[in-house]
Ligand binder design. Structure first.
Ligand code: HEC
Ligand code: HEC
Ligand code: HEC
Length: 144
């Protein structure tokens, strides 16, 4: 079978178009953060009982590959500010394996009695985030 010029041309067009679409699609996956897949992009900042602890969904879902149900709703509600209402939202509870401590036990993730400043961004870090309007980018790097 021999293609005439016109259908050869449209075949080329289709091939080029699909290559372009494929390429762009791949790029989008690499560059765009999808909140449905990975949870809210903006960091969640706890201010009680101490200012301030930084939690990033991105680090845990996109980064560490955790599913939503590893935390929701057994360890945390899907609503910012709920855990902070609890009197037992303390280091003692973390050390006992509650909240963040369910994983941050030195086994599944770094221990809660190590690297304090990975989680605690401190008062200065909190003010910096606030000045930048709590924008999504501001939190990353804050804990390092
Ligand atoms: C490693 C633990 C962890 C994982 C995994 C996780 N979350 Fe969360 N999520 C939290 C914590 C902590 C909070 C804040 C809860 C609180 O303040 O009491 C939260 C809060 C939320 C909120 C409320 C945000 C707001 O501003 O009120 C949504 C929505 C949410 N998560 C969606 C998701 C989705 C969707 C996934 C899976 C793609 C997911 N989470 C995976 C820990 C996690
Ligand atoms: C379901 C398990 C799980 C829970 C719950 C969890 N984490 Fe993590 N976290 C991980 C894993 C896995 C990693 C990546 C491995 C590591 O860094 O040890 C991680 C990494 C981190 C990091 C390191 C980020 C970096 O840049 O290296 C921070 C900070 C952190 N978690 C804070 C928290 C805080 C705060 C909470 C509670 C609000 C929490 N995590 C709850 C599993 C969890
Ligand atoms: C895995 C994350 C994580 C690590 C690591 C961590 N903390 Fe915390 N810390 C929290 C969370 C979450 C809270 C409760 C929320 C808040 O107070 O903002 C908290 C609360 C506290 C509090 C107030 C409540 C209490 O228990 O008295 C102190 C003090 C504290 N942390 C000190 C430390 C010190 C010191 C270290 C290092 C030895 C440390 N934290 C390491 C997450 C962490």
């Amino acid at each position: 079978m021999k293609l005439n010029d016109k259908s050869a041309l449209s075949l080329m067009t289709v091939l080029v178009l699909s290559a372009v679409l494929f390429f762009c699609g791949g790029q989008a996956v690499g560059e765009e953060y999808d909140e449905d897949t990975y949870g809210p992009e903006a960091p969640i900042i706890f201010v009680k009982p101490v200012k301030a602890v930084d939690f990033s969904h991105k680090v845990h879902t996109m980064g560490a590959g955790l599913e939503c149900d590893s935390c929701h709703d057994d360890l945390f509600e899907m609503e910012a500010g709920v855990a902070e209402q609890n009197d037992d939202f303390t280091m003692e509870s973390l050390y006992a394996g509650k909240y963040c401590g369910a994983c941050h036990d030195g086994d599944m993730a770094f221990a809660s009695n190590k690297r304090c400043t990975a989680c605690h961004i401190g008062v200065k870090g909190f003010e910096r985030l606030n000045n930048e309007g709590g924008s999504a980018d501001a939190g990353h790097g804050g804990g390092h």
